[in-house]
Design a protein around this ligand. Structure first.
Ligand code: ADP
Length: 445
């Protein structure tokens, strides 16, 4: 069986709850004693750590939003002196100053543990060679995966993101077993492999562990087929620890990712009222770290939209989260309708004989209305086939292409309720990931 820490991964839920409650008590006292921000916040709400006896009482406490971490830049949220930290990481932050997180030596051990569990769940084993194409540096992805892979006993190639030529050369020469990167970069690699005529026999990959951005079954299918791998989802965020907050099991694909609840307690709350929703319903994911020493957070508002649920037929007892729809701030509101780009990506699954997963949404303001244009690339084979018989301009007027465009237009309208302009594009005309996360929305408003 593919456990790294079987006892904890299969701990009965009642025992898991006891462990969480004990850890929560300790964590709340720790933040109250050591972080003035939390002491003031709890006092302002008239709550003492002892009032929160169990995870069920967490709702008595207010949320921690990203602003709190930004406003206390750089070290105001630290619960230990800087001299007791072993490492610092930052999240990019869209504007201005980044968010800084710290790790004590014990935090680093926990980070490695949850990543090792995640990689084992993904099908990785001691002795496998992992090509780690997550960015190394301030981003948590590279180093986070690295130490977890070493803990599991893998050999790590710390190649970092980008440098596609070298990625492909080493992947073949070293016979890498596992690829870790963003799903959009895996698509870039898959495409470049095809372009160069590299055959599946030249590639020895068995598993791909992909995350850091939302992706859908449509992209999974394409990556699995073209790289010959089993691709699973890894999720995480800097403020909680980095990658390895949750992970999908390679034998339970599509049923959600296990949240390592002994370290990260999840809630899903309504995005407007903040009230916890029922199990399985969608809302904003909120995490309380239970064991973090250097930068613990209580009820951290991730802004990520998903659902959580127990899966009784699963191998492990920990709660699962569904594939992320996206971040609340990435949600487009078009003529009053909420839209995530992953909804369009999911629709493309029905068009994969003719269209690729290279797409982009362009949002603009026309008159008083917001408009969305969907750009999607046609498959190279389809394009080349047509280009043999006609010039490029004629392709876009050809019945086959016109019919696909109409069908996609209709499917988008049926599934999202929105009328969008659909433009089919030639291969290699939409930006790709060059190693990291890919921005799918171009907002011109
Ligand atoms: P930044 O905020 O600078 O992008 P992070 O690396 O901390 O830095 O990003 C974490 C965010 O990335 C998450 O909150 C989530 O929105 C997204 N993310 C991470 N993993 C996944 C995943 N597997 N699926 C969807 N989104 C993900």
């Amino acid at each position: 069986m593919n456990y790294f820490n079987r006892d904890i991964e299969t701990l009965p839920v009642a025992e898991l709850r006891e462990l969480q409650n004990a850890r929560l008590q300790h964590q709340l006292h720790h933040v109250y004693d050591k972080v003035p921000y939390y002491r003031n916040l709890f006092d302002a709400h008239g709550v003492k750590p002892a009032d929160v006896k169990s995870v069920e009482d967490l709702h008595k406490l207010p949320f921690t939003k990203k602003d709190a971490l930004r406003d206390n830049y750089p070290f105001g949220m630290f619960a230990v002196p800087l001299s007791e930290t072993a490492r610092l990481h930052c999240s990019s932050g869209t504007t201005g100053k980044p968010i800084v997180v710290g790790y004590t030596a014990a935090d680093i051990q926990i980070f490695a543990e949850v990543v090792a569990r995640s990689l084992a769940a993904a099908g990785c084993r001691r002795g496998m060679l992992m090509q780690n194409a997550y960015g190394y540096g301030l981003f948590t992805g590279g180093l986070g995966i690295h130490y977890g892979a070493e803990k599991l006993g893998m050999t790590v190639l710390p190649i970092s993101g980008g440098g596609t030529e070298k990625q492909l050369m080493l992947m073949q020469d070293f016979k890498s077993d596992v690829l870790c990167c963003t799903p959009s970069y895996a698509l870039t690699l898959a495409e470049e492999i095809k372009k160069r005529g590299i055959t599946p026999e030249d590639i020895h990959l068995k598993h791909a562990v992909l995350g850091a951005e939302p992706w859908t079954e449509s992209v999974r299918q394409e990556i699995e087929l073209s790289l010959g791998v089993s691709a699973t989802n890894i999720y995480g965020l800097t403020e909680i620890i980095g990658p390895g907050v949750s992970q999908e099991d390679f034998e339970e694909k599509g049923t959600g990712s296990y949240i390592w609840e002994d370290h990260f307690f999840p809630e899903v709350v309504d995005k407007d009222s903040g009230v916890p929703v029922k199990e399985g319903e969608f809302g904003v994911l909120v995490f309380t770290t239970l064991t973090k020493q250097a930068t613990p957070v209580i009820r951290f508002w991730t802004n990520d939209i998903t659902n959580i649920y127990y899966d009784k037929s699963a191998k492990r007892t920990h709660i699962k989260m569904g594939a992320l729809k996206g971040r609340a701030d990435d949600m487009l509101i078009i003529r009053g309708v909420n839209l995530f780009h992953t909804q369009i990506e999911a629709i493309l699954e029905h068009f994969n004989e003719a269209l690729t997963n290279n797409y982009r949404l362009i949002v603009s303001h026309q008159g008083t209305m917001d408009e969305v244009e969907v750009n999607v690339e046609v498959h190279q084979d389809v394009y080349t086939g047509m280009n043999k018989d006609m010039d490029a301009a004629a392709i876009w007027k050809h019945d086959t292409i016109v019919a696909i465009r109409k069908r996609l237009h209709k499917k988008i309208k049926d599934d999202t309720g929105l009328t969008m302009n659909v433009t089919l594009m030639p291969p290699a005309s939409i930006p790709r990931s060059e190693g990291g996360k890919l921005v799918r929305i171009l907002d011109l408003r």
